[in-house]
Design a protein around this ligand. Structure first.
Ligand SMILES: NC(=O)c1ccc[n+]([C@@H]2O[C@H](COP(=O)([O-])OP(=O)(O)OC[C@H]3O[C@@H](n4cnc5c(N)ncnc54)[C@H](OP(=O)(O)O)[C@@H]3O)[C@@H](O)[C@H]2O)c1
Length: 242
């Protein structure tokens, strides 16, 4: 079983929204809206509290997210504190291409980092040019390597927003300090759709239950907040949630 997160790694919050039957998405081309306005505003506040936001390359390609802080007051507050208006953006890829015009790269002034397998580094640097910093993360990148490199770049709080492959690796790697899951009030009902996590050896299982730290109703969705490490209590003291 993996150890709990190393104190030198960023405090890592995993965030996702799922259907009542545990799916992150459906199989249609149309974007599946699981969240609602109240929850999106909450996620915006969580983003504003972080130094970097990470998503997998499939999410960059399929959802085309902007991953910026939207609230003007939150952006101004960050700037007043000497931070960029939005957190750094981070993605991971092994083999595939990334479109330099994707919203991930095109929106916001924050630094964009692409961690990739060594074999793809040269090609990605040519494809992405100036829009991102491509980091060679070794022949088989791990989320531990990515987290350690982010820590070395000054990232203290990392928000991981999916998708399934990335969440699975952070959880099975024992790298998550906190999990925030929003449950939408409907079913997807298609087992070919991506579930919230894939198969794996999770540190939280029938013999080791995670600690439910908070439950919050936000309109028609519910937020479940799980403490996954001892760092949860010190990092969240006074943040008004618990
Ligand atoms: N409901 C939600 O909250 C939520 C949030 C985010 C995403 N989603 C959904 O989740 C789905 C995507 O999930 P997914 O599991 O298919 O993809 P993903 O986690 O977004 O991205 C997986 C990709 O990341 C790269 N990757 C993963 N592990 C890596 C590693 N160890 N080293 C290097 N690269 C690595 C690979 O990219 P390459 O293929 O480029 O090699 C891999 O194909 C989409 O349907 C999206 O809409 C839902």
């Amino acid at each position: 079983m993996p150890d709990l997160p190393d104190a030198d790694l960023p405090y890592t919050v995993l965030s996702c929204a799922m259907s009542l039957d545990g799916y992150l998405d459906d199989r249609t081309k149309r974007r599946l809206v699981l969240s609602n306005a109240q929850d999106l505003d909450r996620v915006d506040a969580v983003r504003a509290s972080c130094d970097a936001i990470l998503v997998g390359a499939v999410t960059v390609r399929t959802d085309n997210p902007r991953l910026v802080v939207r609230g003007e007051a939150r952006r101004a507050q960050r700037v007043a504190e000497g931070r960029p208006a939005s957190p750094h953006k981070v993605t991971v890829t092994r083999h595939s291409s990334l479109d330099p015009t994707a919203a991930f790269f095109a929106s916001g002034d924050a630094e964009k980092l692409v961690y990739c397998a060594s074999a793809s580094a040269g090609r990605l640097r040519r494809e992405l040019g100036e829009v991102a910093t491509v980091v060679d993360a070794g022949s088989a990148p791990s989320m531990t390597t990515v987290s350690a490199d982010l820590a070395a770049r000054g990232v203290r709080r990392l928000l991981v927003e999916g998708g399934q492959a990335v969440h699975t690796q952070f959880l099975t790697g024992g790298l998550a300090d906190e999990l925030q899951v929003v449950i939408a009030p409907f079913f997807v009902g298609d087992s070919r759709a991506p579930r919230v996590v894939g198969d794996g050896d999770f540190p939280w299982n029938r013999d080791r239950r995670a600690r439910l730290a908070d439950v919050c109703r936000l309109g028609d969705v519910v937020l479940l907040r799980y403490a996954l490490s001892d760092r949860f209590d010190t990092e969240t003291a006074g943040d008004g949630w618990t």
